[in-house]
Design a protein around this ligand. Structure first.
Ligand code: GLU
Length: 501
């Protein structure tokens, strides 16, 4: 059962807002392709976290790596989020007081903050050529050392620098790493220690083309946008101490960080982006409902009280937000259990059929699916028929798309029974017998067929086998009487008549 926001929840949220502890969180995807399940989980958990505490959810597009930008992906991403019911409070199309929310529109801001780092000595100009960096890399690999920049340009004198600039030598800006912030308290993983300066050379914070790198832009934006909690995928955990050093260099208080564990397959193996069903868009086109997908993610991803034996219950976004507790997210990889997705979708399908408006649109969708799939002119797609099939099918299917698979084709089109041999006399008798049947429902049909077989000396299973073929062209499927009720009297008789024509 889906409930609306309770009064208690509303009071709780208002109270939190008044206490000024409302968090500001963000989802910061790079427009490099489609939104996959991991990205949706990050967006969802940020959204739930914000909603659970009366906070603000920001969408920020991180497109500073223009070479990886994929045309159309910002739109696709926004559509996917909207479809999933994740609406941002601030973002590129929504606006807000902290914009622009697309990084490529903030280049002047990054320039201003780079100047600050250069001025306070935390960053420096690096004139090393690509060729030199390649040589360093190759040497390190050859001698089995970690490939990293040797920080050579840290030691250039002001005169050296002036000279190179005068000569028009291109340069980038690097940030000086130190061991100052080498640990932090992760909201999900607990204490994390990582001295980035031991493992990396000074990172580039601004490229020679004037574009900032992810690490720098991310920190500047999180700070300027007032982000209080950074919840992101665990793959970024290793970068966090680097980010903390940048915060320190500016003298800023950093947000709190929480890293969401990996999402893995049921058997613990890694999800591959190549597996097509990892794309949110694919779930959608396969007929998965947004609320089903969202519940599925939360069932696998943790963050909720797990009541043993409760069974699966679909929760609305408001309920999910209300029950979300960041401290309940486990640091173990989240195992996906595809059976749960099926179950969630079935529950959502049932919920649609309990609501007349949603049912109407289901009927329309199914009618379109049928028309697109079968080209026959005699399609059996009346609203009444489609509605009764849907009601019948809820315990058999999880997606309406299944109803246009060969198994269910008989519901919409006449079966082709070209080589079928039937006993003409027997079927003629059966037609007039069924024509007289007033109540054309499963039980009465079954009783009638039983009597018919006894009276006409034909074994019941034999009669059923013939009828099943005539009605559906299949050797198995729902019972004959069930099929007849679904097809209705007219269609059932038409099909029997067609077989003896
Ligand atoms: N742009 C990064 C990504 O696409 C965001 C990482 C972060 O949230 O800091 O994953």
């Amino acid at each position: 059962m889906i409930k609306n926001l309770t009064c208690k929840m509303l009071i709780q949220r208002c109270f939190l807002r008044l206490l000024h502890i409302a968090p500001r969180v963000r989802f910061a995807p790079s427009p490099t392709g489609y939104l996959h399940l991991g990205g949706l989980r990050t967006a969802l958990y940020n959204y739930l976290f914000a909603k659970s505490r009366g906070g603000v959810f920001i969408l920020r597009i991180e497109d500073t790596d223009q070479t990886r930008k994929v045309e159309g992906s910002i739109n696709a991403l926004t559509n996917d989020l909207e479809w999933a019911g994740i609406e941002c409070d601030e973002g590129p199309s929504k606006g807000g007081n902290f914009g622009p929310y697309v990084q490529s529109e903030r280049l002047n801001i990054y320039q201003e903050y780079i100047e600050k780092l250069l001025a306070n000595g935390s960053a420096y100009k690096c004139f090393c050529t690509e060729r030199r960096l390649n040589i360093l890399r190759r040497d390190a690999i050859r001698t089995q050392r970690i490939p990293k920049y040797d920080n050579k340009c840290r030691n250039l004198t002001p005169a050296n620098i002036q000279e190179k600039i005068k000569a028009g030598t291109p340069y980038c800006i690097r940030f000086k790493l130190s061991s100052d912030c080498s640990s932090f308290e992760d909201l999900i993983f607990g204490g994390i220690a990582y001295d980035v300066s031991l493992n990396e050379g000074d990172p580039v914070v601004m490229k020679s083309d004037g574009y900032p790198t992810y690490h720098f832009a991310n920190v500047v934006d999180d700070y300027l946008m007032g982000v209080t909690h950074v919840l992101r995928g665990v793959e970024w955990q290793i970068s966090t101490t680097k980010h903390l050093l940048i915060y320190k260099a500016f003298g800023w208080t950093p947000p709190l960080f929480g890293h969401l564990p990996l999402i893995v397959n049921a058997d613990g193996t890694k999800l591959s982006k190549r597996q097509s069903d990892v794309k949110v868009e694919d779930y959608r086109t396969k007929g998965i409902y947004p609320l089903a997908l969202v519940n599925y993610i939360t069932l696998s991803g943790g963050g909720f009280e797990h009541v043993v034996g409760e069974g699966i219950r679909l929760k609305t976004m408001d309920e999910l937000a209300d029950e979300f507790h960041i401290e309940k997210i486990s640091s173990h990889p989240s195992r996906l259990n595809p059976d749960l997705l099926e179950e969630c979708n079935r529950l959502e399908l049932r919920r649609h059929l309990e609501d007349e408006k949603l049912t109407k649109s289901l009927i329309l969708n199914l009618q379109n699916l049928i028309k697109n799939k079968y080209s026959s002119e005699n399609l059996n797609v009346s609203e009444e028929h489609v509605r009764s099939v849907l009601l019948w099918a809820t315990s058999r299917i999880t997606r309406i798309e299944e109803l246009v698979t060969p198994k269910f084709a008989f519901l919409w089109i006449l079966p082709s029974n070209k080589n079928l041999e039937v006993n003409r006399n027997l079927f003629e008798k059966l037609v007039s017998d069924l024509e007289n049947l007033e109540k054309f429902e499963q039980d009465s049909i079954k009783d009638n067929l039983k009597n018919f077989s006894a009276e006409n000396g034909v074994k019941f299973p034999v009669l059923m086998k013939m009828l099943r073929s005539v009605l559906s062209g299949l050797n198995e499927g729902p019972s004959v009487s069930e099929m007849m009720q679904l097809l209705g009297k007219f269609q059932s008789l038409e099909r029997i008549k067609a077989a003896i024509r």
